[in-house]
Design a protein around this ligand. Structure first.
Ligand SMILES: Cc1cc2nc3c(=O)[nH]c(=O)nc-3n(C[C@H](O)[C@H](O)[C@H](O)COP(=O)(O)OP(=O)(O)OC[C@H]3O[C@@H](n4cnc5c(N)ncnc54)[C@H](O)[C@@H]3O)c2cc1C
Length: 383
């Protein structure tokens, strides 16, 4: 896909090389811009949203900007199934496609020209300058015409654009797990195959679905089963859940492999006491459960002059919307279109901010409403 950006805009610096950063990098490279992405982690950034429900903007992005046909890299579901406490199951037709964070990340990395993704290079400073910004990396300043902050919910530079609206804990966590299909008994695979499964408990919800395995593999036998179990946790419980087996505190999330065995034992006991049998067995088959705190963040601005705020750095939306990655892709598509069509860079950036703020605000509200309806918000955390 080729098109061009307004004159006077040539270099773009992107802070953060996860999904939001890469969507923007690929979309702006397609406009002929000179784009660099700086990512602080040296390997692959943490796979925080293991399973992702594919939505239209991500599908369009993969097809049009990455040359990847979504059908090839997604696992289809044809039905939703709702488990009841008495063991019954309600099944409704509902077609969706499931993808993984890693599959999207790889497609975006592959679409970026060589030498433009700089892993292991944290951005330590960012400042406005006339008609651009200065990005500080590796002790040197780099002048760019446009800087995009895609450094996630913990953004250290957010305050340059939106001092208000920093993330806060919503009062509940997602216990998560990913299990290789090959490690699951066949009858359990059959229970979940082609289904998006749900169970609503007392102020708790469990859901699961198959996602691609390594290298985007979608063939039966090579996929993974991804589950998420939302549960309330006050601040002290959050600390306990995210303190690892060596006593190190991780704050808002705990990666796979580090769960304190006592927390693991509690999780299993709760699964055995409350979950319907197939879901309980799924938790029992999970070698390395992990934990993520659910956060809320909503910026009141997404732009100051030539610095933009995007993805989770701007808004952290609740995962019940299944729309966080979609929002990041849509913001990149909106920027691509605005820069292609607007008469000047500043007019394009104004239009992008107006459209993106409206869209993100609506998704954010929807997510908070869904969390409340499930009884998950804790009054102590949300005020
Ligand atoms: C429980 C849970 C479930 C989720 N499920 C879904 C789902 O089903 N569907 C969905 O669409 N989304 C889901 N998400 C959200 C999704 O993972 C993110 O919204 C999406 O990946 C976009 O994030 P991002 O790129 O803005 O930020 P992040 O993924 O947080 O990336 C920020 C990046 O910036 C880097 N960085 C930070 N500071 C610096 C710096 N100073 N210099 C350089 N680099 C820096 C970080 O290392 C990181 O790689 C879920 C999230 C949670 C918590």
């Amino acid at each position: 896909m080729t098109a061009s950006a307004p004159s006077g805009l040539s270099s773009v610096g992107i802070v953060g090389g996860s999904l939001a950063g890469l969507f923007h990098a690929v979309a702006l490279t397609a406009l002929g811009l000179d784009v660099d992405v700086w990512e602080r982690s040296g390997g692959r950034p943490a796979d925080r949203g293991a399973g992702i429900v594919l939505q239209p903007a991500v599908a369009r992005f993969l097809r049009e900007f990455c040359g990847v046909e979504p059908d090839r890299v997604t696992v289809p579901v044809t039905h939703r199934q709702y488990f009841a406490a008495d063991g019954g199951v309600d099944v409704l037709p509902m077609r969706q496609q499931m993808i993984s964070w890693g599959t999207i990340h790889q497609a975006l990395r592959d679409a970026l020209p060589a030498g433009r993704y700089h892993g292991g290079q944290p951005v330590t400073g960012l400042a406005h300058r006339p008609d651009g910004a200065t990005v500080r990396v590796g002790g040197a300043d780099r002048a760019v015409d446009l800087a995009i902050l895609a450094d996630g919910s913990g953004s250290r530079h957010r305050g340059l654009v939106a001092p208000a609206g920093a993330p806060r804990y919503a009062g509940y966590v997602a216990h998560r797990g990913v299990v290789d299909e090959a490690d699951l008994p066949r009858e359990l695979v059959a229970r979940f195959d082609g289904r998006f499964s749900f169970w609503d408990g007392d102020r708790s919800q469990f859901l699961c679905y198959f996602i691609p395995g390594d290298h985007g593999a979608v063939a039966a036998g090579r996929r993974r089963l991804n589950w998420v179990w939302y549960a309330r946790a006050d601040r002290s419980e959050l600390d306990r859940l995210t303190t690892d087996r060596h006593g190190v505190r991780h704050g808002l999330s705990l990666p796979p492999g580090l769960l304190d065995p006592r927390v693991g034992a509690d999780l299993l006991a709760r699964a055995r006491a409350t979950l319907p049998e197939p879901l309980r067995r799924l938790v029992e088959h999970t070698a390395e459960p992990f934990v993520q705190a659910i956060l809320d963040a909503h910026a009141d601005r997404m732009r100051d002059r030539r610095i933009l705020l995007t993805g989770d750095a701007a808004f952290v939306v609740r995962p019940h919307t299944a729309a966080a990655t979609e929002k990041a892709a849509a913001e990149a598509l909106t920027l691509h279109r605005a820069l292609r069509e607007a008469p000047s860079t500043d007019a394009a950036l104004r239009a992008w901010e107006r459209l993106s703020l409206a869209e993100a605000t609506a998704i954010h509200r929807q997510g908070v409403g869904l969390g409340r309806r499930l009884g998950l918000d804790s009054p102590e955390a949300t005020g």
